[in-house]
Design a protein around this ligand. Structure first.
Ligand code: ZN
Ligand code: ZN
Length: 186
């Protein structure tokens, strides 16, 4: 995992220096705005190790306990503290309720204070299963429609082929009749 271990980065929400917090469960450092807004910056893919309720975030919980943080405007565009690109707001939970800032160029993610807790509770195994079921149903329905569409097309093609054959046979019959009549009247 790419970890910007040495560099102290500035919080994209409030500009304070972020503190490196070691997370033993995943063996990585994450950057936390401990003296400002309580936001957390995750390097590329680090967040995946903490977004489910069974994953250990004890050091963060300890850090956030009984602490007040600076209020920030969550709607503002944030700029990635590692590469400087404007971050894009994206949903980070299966229910699509919590928007986090994502850097499309380095894969970093910034979460405002409290968002990690919300995301973890929303990403419960039951919710994940539910969202999977929705997708399954969706795929099943779409698949069925495609199959029906294909069958419909096949039926139409068959009908056309059948009609062409009948027209051909009729034409041949008419030609034969004309031929016979011409011979008879000679
Ligand atoms: Zn901050
Ligand atoms: Zn970045």
């Amino acid at each position: 995992m790419a970890d910007n271990n040495e560099v102290i980065i500035k919080c994209p929400a409030c500009g304070c220096d972020m503190e490196k917090i070691f997370m033993p469960s995943a063996g990585v450092n994450i950057d936390v705005c401990t003296n400002g807004c309580g936001g957390i910056y995750f390097d590329n893919r680090e967040f995946k190790a903490f977004d489910e309720p069974h994953e250990n975030i004890a050091p963060l919980e300890e850090l956030f306990k009984d602490k007040e943080f600076k209020q920030v405007n969550e709607n503002e565009t944030r700029y990635c503290p590692v590469c400087g690109n404007a971050m894009i707001k994206n949903y980070a939970d299966v229910n699509k309720e919590v928007l986090v800032d994502e850097c499309y160029s380095c894969g970093g993610k910034f979460l405002d204070y409290g968002e990690i807790k919300k995301i973890r509770s929303l990403n419960s195994p039951e919710n994940k299963q539910k969202s999977k079921d929705v997708f399954k149903e969706l795929y099943a329905n779409v698949g069925l429609e495609l199959l029906e569409e294909k069958n419909r097309k096949n039926t139409i093609t068959k009908k056309i082929k059948y009609s062409v054959r009948i027209i051909f046979v009729l034409l041949m019959l008419i030609l034969a009749l004309i031929f016979i009549m011409l011979k008879a009247f000679k």
